[in-house]
Design a binder for this molecule. Structure first.
Ligand SMILES: O=P(O)(O)OC[C@H]1O[C@](O)(CO)[C@@H](O)[C@@H]1O
Length: 236
């Protein structure tokens, strides 16, 4: 699959449902292979943005997750952690462009906290340092989202592979505990207060930060922002 932005064309990397099998609640429900989601990594809307983004050590991606269920579980991304940037790991910021998403966050490999952030069009969701994360499409409609992230690392997948996904699965019957984890914290349901950190409102697309990339400095130098970033998770 390709997308066209003006006269620029980008090719997707595809994560197939067979690739997701190690992290699914119902892997036996996979009958045939199909594209689970499409990732357009390192995209830009104007040719001159490409260099500026790279110079700031950043990457802007688009992800398209068509609606699907595998058994009773809603389609989701594989899930990963980020490595340490300094004393804490690299954070990330997502934006829902179309549809709805649940960002399922779990703190540290040992999982001291689990937070599900519900987001709709225009919402930005900050993944604070040290949180592993999965994105779920809980709707019968496509989910389109964007993310800004550091370009200086590779994601860490093993903690998800080894424990068959995140510590909860989102199914048509609601949240299901992943028994592979043993004792896990109760799930907290949250919203993300992103406005203060990003200086953007819900109706301003976060790609606009390309004109002020210094605002995304926290993505490459998270140590001094870690507490503030974690506080964006508002549990009602
Ligand atoms: O790497 P996973 O767990 O398949 O998740 C994919 C998502 O992560 C990203 O690589 C950003 O961290 C996006 O391109 C994509 O939305």
């Amino acid at each position: 699959m390709k997308i066209k932005i003006g006269d620029l064309v980008f090719e997707a990397e595809i994560r197939w449902v067979e690739d997701l099998k190690p992290v699914l609640a119902y892997p036996e429900a996979v009958e045939k292979n199909f594209p689970a989601y499409y990732m357009f990594r390192d995209v830009y809307k104007r040719k001159e943005d490409k260099e500026a983004i790279a110079e700031h050590g950043l990457r802007y991606d688009l992800t398209y997750i068509p609606p699907a269920k595998i058994g009773k579980e809603f389609i989701k991304t594989y899930g990963h952690y980020h490595p340490k940037a300094n004393s804490v790991s690299y954070p990330e910021v997502y934006e829902v462009l179309e549809g709805r998403a649940i960002y399922l966050l779990q703190k540290d490999i040992e999982v001291s906290r689990v937070v599900a952030v519900f987001a709709e069009k225009g919402d930005k969701v900050i993944i604070p340092p040290d949180y592993g994360h999965v994105t779920i499409n809980p709707e019968d409609k496509p989910l389109k989202m964007a993310n800004w992230v550091s370009r200086n690392f590779k994601s860490i997948y093993e903690p998800y592979t080894e424990r068959r996904g995140a510590c909860y699965y989102y199914t048509v019957e609601g949240w299901l505990k992943n028994e592979k984890y043993g004792k896990i914290p109760e799930l907290e349901i949250a919203k993300c207060d992103f406005e203060g950190i990003l200086g953007l409102s819900k109706d301003e697309e976060m790609y606009s930060l390309v004109d002020d990339l210094k605002k995304l400095e926290f993505l490459n130098n998270p140590e001094k922002y870690a507490e503030k970033l974690e506080k964006t998770l508002r549990v009602d």
